[in-house]
Design a protein around this ligand. Structure first.
Ligand SMILES: [Zn+2]
Length: 114
């Protein structure tokens, strides 16, 4: 039991170390959009049409309200990294719960009624 507890603890510590190395974390989503303006003679009205864009649209919750914001391609790239970090953090926390549950299962002993 001690061996497995040590193994659980090592795994747990390595997960915690991964959290330590994560950059900014966030939630939301980014979509790439192309648009047509409808102005006669514009390239977006040509045949074949050449739409405007790409534009990057960020959707996220701010103070409980869903908000949409147009952001630059560079910021879209940065935000995508933060989104990936957020997903990774969620996964790591799930793994920490899982390893903890195994350790706790090994530690806890039923006690006799007194
Ligand atoms: Zn146009």
């Amino acid at each position: 039991m001690t061996d497995s507890l040590d193994a659980y603890l090592r795994h747990y510590r390595s997960l915690a170390a991964q959290v330590n190395d994560l950059g900014w974390v966030t939630t939301g989503s980014i979509v790439q959009r192309f648009t047509a303006c409808g102005r006669p003679g514009c390239r977006c009205q040509a045949d074949p049409p050449r739409p405007h864009g790409p534009y990057y649209q960020l959707t996220r919750k701010v103070a409980g309200k869903t908000t949409t914001l147009r952001i630059s391609e560079a910021d879209a790239k940065r935000y995508s990294d933060w989104l990936a970090n957020g997903r990774r953090l969620h996964q790591i926390v799930n793994d920490m719960h899982h390893v903890s549950a195994q350790a706790i299962q090994a530690i806890l002993r039923p006690s006799d009624p007194t």
